[in-house]
Structure formats: structure tokens, C-alpha cells
Design a binder for this molecule. Sequence first.
Ligand code: R5P
Length: 286
Amino acid sequence: MIVVGGSASGALSRELARQTGCRMADVEIRRFPDEEGYVKVKESLKGQDAVIVQATYPDPNLVELFLLQDAVRNSGAESVTTVVPYFGYARQDKSFTEGEAVSARLMAKHISLGSDRAFTVDIHNVSVLEAFSVPVKNLSAMPAIGRFLAENSVDAIVSPDEGSKARASIAAQAAGCQWDFLQKKRIDGNTVEIKPKNLDVSGKTVAIVDDIIATGGTVIKAAEQLRSQGAKKVFAACTHGLFTGGSLPKLQAACDRVLSTDTLERPTSEISAASCIAEALKNTSG
Ligand code: R5P
């Protein structure tokens, strides 16, 4: 097996190579003056099982993935596994109004074209996997997040809503700590209280765990509420730190610590998603 690192996922690719004991392929990736991409695999991959790792956000990285897939095939690879750590467009997973492109499905179809199999990590909605035309599995960085939080003295984990409670429970299991989800309760016409369903957070270090932090609105609101309920410290941790619209400084002001994985390379990427990918590769090789 050989790891082919895309430019959006350099750190994760190197960590994956380290954890699997595999070599990184020698690949040249650059941009022409007009910003079009250029990819060249600078060695023969004849007979190799190539594992391409490339997040598909923003758009130029998606095109780079297609170029990597083509270059890897042209270099003689025996098989191509595509790992998409952050799957761009995953949130447009259906037609919300008539006439819309179902972007997530379209991306899955096109990523399949250059792959023998694929892996995603904490994809927003697993129903997107049905659009792949090759075997695909969604992996989770939640155990890695849970282990990191345990090492950093977190007492409890909460998910920001009931819909994502399964993720919080997986992280909490790995951390060996309590968990809950936040529930909205209308107090009066103007006030909505957001509270853990059962957990008393007073005096505790609590981590809000989610798949994506985008505008930060969900986490900032939750952090304010947890503080008002007596939480000693509030951390925010997610798999994919999108941090759109310059939301990171606002999140850092609202939380004691903001953490994300390396599915998107950010200053907050203190946790690596490599372990879940390495384990999946180990379980499916040979
Ligand atoms: C929602 O379904 C997701 O799990 C996240 O809670 C959401 O994407 C976070 O978005 P934002 O940071 O913009 O509130």
C-alpha cells in the first residue's frame, strides 16, 4: 500500500503513512499561472494499492482529487482507494426546493469514477453514500476526539441537538465520561433556554461535540447557555472545522478551547483523524 497525499490533506496523509507504516508516493502538485491544477506521480505505482487522501473543499481541491485519481491510474496502480476526509457539498444532500442540483449525490458519483473503493469521515448525512457506485464506508473521528478530550480533563460531552447525539455518545464512550444532548425549552414568548436533557453541568468542564462547525452559531449559543448553567469550562470540538465567515475568533472568545481534526487543516487541528482511516485500511487489506 502507498499513500498519495493531496495538497488539501498533507498533514493527515503523512500521519496516515506514519500510522500504517506505508510510504508516501512522490507526487508533484502545482498550479499553472491561470490557477489550473497540475498533478504528476513521479514514480511507477505498478502493482501498488494506492490510497489517495484529499479533502474536496474548496472547489479547486475537488478538481485536484480527480487529477490525482487519473495520475495514479496512469502510473499503473493496481487499485485506487479514495479517502475523502472532508466531503464538500455533503449538506446539499437533497432538493430542498424544486430544480436544485443535488450536489452531494453528484460529487459521490464523480468521485466513484476514479476509485475502486472510497472512505469518508463523519459525512454530514450517510444517505449520500448510496450515490457512490463503488464500495464506500463512512468512518468516524469521534473516538479520537473522545480520547483527546479525556486526556484534557473533560468531565462531560454534549451534542448541540438530539440529531447528533449518536456522535457525542461515541466520543463519550472513548473518553469514559458522561454525555447528554442539548434540548430547547421555550420559557416565554421571547426566551428559549437550551439545556442538557439530564446532565447537571455546574462546576464541570464540558465539551460540545459536533460533526461540523461552520458559522459557529450553534456552538456559540450552546456555550453561552452552558456557562449560564454553571459550567466551569466549555470546550468545542468537531471533526470538520469549516469556520466560515471568520467565525474562529468569535468561537475562541466564546469557548475556553476550540478543537478540530485534520480533515480540514486549521490552527485548531490538534486531533488527527488518521487512526480511524488506518484502522479501516488494516481491516480491509489482504
Ligand atoms: C448540523 O446539522 C450540523 O451538525 C452542525 O451543527 C452545523 O452544521 C453547525 O453549523 P453552524 O456552525 O453554522 O451553526
